[in-house]
Design a binder for this molecule. Structure first.
Ligand code: ADP
Ligand code: ZN
Ligand code: ZN
Length: 712
């Protein structure tokens, strides 16, 4: 018998660094590199990717694979190479890298075919008289609350029938298929926009990384749209990455008005919808893809430009499993493909500014708002010595009142949800604390719950102290819920809308609130950072930031940068239309140097100084960092394990720790970390490689975080 059974090497989605060899049974053709195969693994069946045919060092006695799922590679060569690079750079198992970058449908072994779902949208015709068809009216309202459209499946899942759909089609109220948008005339570019667009032209055929720095409202999107037009004219595709929160129906509508079809990719899609977009990009039918973080892995037939909007945004960094930065992966892809890249932001990350300093990136500046509206003025409101009512000082509410009286809208920004962050007993000092974390419980008055914002644990509110029985428990400090209550009492006539992840659960209420504010009626908008971007509220004349400066005091080295970005982004909501805006930052630490610099010199001055601080301290982006994080139920185990890793690390690295995480216990896991720093990437990665394969003792989980988003 001939011993020539072909062997293939398969990346299998399991948390092990190596790939596995399988024999190809006589009944199948050997899979191409990049094709999916079904393989036995332990007592399971998994879908893996073929990464090598006939490896020289093949395993002597491999198991047989079960099925070859694809006739050819499902991934173009550049994405296959990207997967290898990701596994190497983030020190993550290749099989799990594929599992992260492939659409779910592909991982489940489904056939890779575009299958469009039945979709219904509101027609542009005036709504017919439905006063006697209550369910049909409800169906229209359902479509409206979903941005004007829904799939047939979603409609039926919400309790409507095919007969109701048919009736509305007959009456001309709804139509089948994607919504069509009226096309839009592009505006005359401002001089700054013109200069930026000109800078991109003529460089479309090579890797050219650009940082588009434009103040809030300066029309960065218009610049992207023009650059995209050039790329499309050359018959090439475009990838636009946006932060999770920014992919609103408005953003999408803007692209669709300009260019007709625009595909989307985000976590809210069904497996099939995601697969459709993925295939359309890979096979060249899609022209523009707008997506959140993981869209950066989408294969394209002929990608010609990548745009990363709000490039500083933290949501581009995945915070578990494969801890990649979509912005950094975008830079890597643009370089590999030899195409231009635009990173846009009003508050660029220090990493990107460092790249500008080192002349690796070009910059284009948009100094003014595109509409000609002036930038809002920013002020510090010193409230030392002022009593606070529900977190608000009298000088602040007096200013709010003035703006409301003048017919303006006020945005109150408070990055803390719930009623109060502390619930305590003044008689014995007891505080409501989470039994699973080193953290206090936040009081949610409306739901009558005490909730941990770290692990999600909740319990009912106790009216008496569990420690001494006192009935005088106190809620200390203010979150959005309490501030809302305080403002309602102070301004009984004003319309008030709160937007945070608690209220966002009721999509309908949120939409109603947003519509009211959108119409420009005077009122107050209270919310967390969910308010900082995405929606455009032209009538806001004042932004009040309550407690927003607390971040300047955090122990994390990136906290001042984050805090400044958030403050400037929120401030940018003010004065977008004709009336000028002002921003008031209520603070108990008016002399904080970082805050003062931000107000006096703006983000550019702040960032420049902060970058010098990082250089002096030897922190990123001046140097390169990785964290090795370990966690276990046993408080002693993680530190002991990390000490063992530390001993294995080469001595050309600076190593700090093992040190406890800022919140040592989270969800009953004790967390510790080792911080690795190096001047160059080479030694950092060599160091990590020296320990990457070390198995942790039973009960200890550990992971590698390259270029961490925080060092807490
Ligand atoms: P950014 O993303 O920089 O914050 P946007 O792209 O959202 O700014 O633009 C802000 C506003 O300015 C939008 O309402 C947009 O329609 C408008 N705008 C952009 N460019 C122009 C222009 N050249 N002329 C007039 N209005 C413009
Ligand atoms: Zn007590
Ligand atoms: Zn907890």
């Amino acid at each position: 018998m001939l011993a020539m059974t072909p062997v293939v090497r398969i990346a299998v989605p399991v948390p092990l660094p190596q790939a596995f060899d399988y024999a190809v049974p006589a009944t199948c053709l050997p899979p191409a590199v990049g094709a999916r195969v079904r393989v036995p693994f332990g007592n399971r069946t998994l879908v893996g990717i073929c990464i090598e045919a006939d490896p020289k060092d093949a395993f002597a006695d491999p198991k047989e694979l079960l099925e070859v799922l694809d006739e050819q590679s499902i991934l173009p060569g550049d994405v296959q190479r990207l997967a290898l690079w990701l596994a190497d750079y983030y020190h993550y198992p290749l099989g799990e890298v594929f599992a992260t970058l492939l659409p779910n449908a592909a991982l489940k072994g489904m056939p890779l075919r575009v299958r469009t779902e039945e979709i219904w949208h509101r027609s542009s015709a005036a709504a017919p008289d439905l006063s006697r068809a209550e369910r049909q009216r409800a169906l229209l309202a359902f479509l409206d609350s979903n941005g004007g459209w829904a799939s047939g499946k979603a409609i039926r899942a919400a309790g409507f029938t095919s007969a109701m759909i048919a009736a509305l089609v007959r009456k001309g109220a709804i139509e089948a298929g994607e919504r069509r948008f009226d096309s839009e005339q592009p505006p005359q570019l401002t001089a700054d926009q013109e200069a930026a667009v000109k800078d991109y032209r003529g460089k479309l055929d090579r890797f050219s990384p650009n940082l588009l720095e434009g103040v809030t409202g300066s029309g960065k999107t218009e610049v992207y749209l023009r650059a995209i037009a050039h790329v499309r004219r050359c018959g090439r595709q475009v990838l636009v990455l946006v932060p999770e929160i920014a992919l609103t129906p408005q953003t999408l509508a803007r692209f669709r008005r300009r260019y007709g079809t625009t595909d989307v990719m985000h976590s809210g899609l069904s497996d099939q919808e995601r697969l459709n977009a993925w295939l359309r990009c890979r096979d060249g039918q899609a022209q523009i893809l707008i997506g959140t973080r993981s869209a950066v892995f989408t294969p394209f037939k002929q990608l010609g430009l990548i745009v990363v909007d709000e490039e500083h945004d933290a949501s581009f960094k995945q915070q578990d499993r494969l801890r990649y930065s979509a912005r950094d992966v975008a830079v890597k892809r643009a370089r590999d493909l030899g195409i231009p890249l635009i990173l846009g932001s009003a508050t660029p990350s220090l990493e990107s500014l460092e790249n500008v300093r080192r002349r690796r990136y070009r910059t284009q500046l948009l100094h003014q708002r595109a509409t000609g509206a002036p930038m809002p003025s920013m002020h510090i409101l010193d409230i030392r010595g002022h009593p606070l009512r529900e977190g608000l000082s009298h000088p602040l509410t007096a200013r709010i009142e003035r703006h409301l009286d003048a017919g303006g809208q006020v945005l109150v920004f408070l990055n803390r949800r719930g009623y109060a962050p502390v619930y305590l007993c003044p008689d014995c000092g007891w505080q409501a604390a989470c039994s699973h974390c080193d953290a206090r419980l936040t009081l949610h008055q409306g739901r009558k719950r005490l909730a941990c914002h770290h692990c999600g644990a909740e319990r009912p509110v106790t009216e008496t102290c569990p420690s001494c029985g006192s009935a005088h428990l106190l809620a200390v400090g203010a979150g959005t819920e309490r501030t809302e209550a305080g403002l309602r009492e102070r301004f009984p006539g004003a319309s008030l809308i709160r937007i945070d992840s608690d209220t966002a659960r009721s999509q309908r209420r949120l939409e109603e609130g947003l519509a009211k504010i959108g119409r420009g009626e005077p009122g107050i908008l209270i919310g967390t950072q969910m308010l900082a971007k995405g929606h455009d509220f032209p009538n806001i004349t004042m932004v009040a930031a309550v407690n927003a400066d607390a971040g300047f005091l955090s122990a994390d080295f990136k906290a001042p940068e984050r805090t400044a970005q958030l403050l400037i982004q929120v401030a940018g909501r003010a004065g977008r239309a004709s009336r000028p805006g002002e921003v008031w930052i209520q603070t108990l630490q008016p002399t904080n140097p970082a805050l003062r610099r931000l107000i006096q010199e703006g983000y550019a001055g702040f960032a420049d100084h902060e970058l010098s601080i990082r250089h002096r301290a030897g922190l990123p982006p001046a140097r390169h960092m990785a964290l090795l994080r370990a966690a276990a139920a046993d408080p002693a185990a993680p530190a002991a394990f990390l000490a063992e890793l530390r001993a294995k690390l080469p001595n050309d690295l600076e190593v700090l720790g093992p040190a406890p995480a800022q919140m040592q216990r989270l969800a009953n896991q004790h967390r510790f970390q080792l911080m690795l720093l190096a001047d160059r990437r080479g030694p950092l990665h060599r160091g990590i490689r020296a320990v990457a394969g070390v198995a942790a003792p039973r009960g200890v989980r550990w992971e590698i975080d390259v270029d961490p988003a925080d060092a807490l």
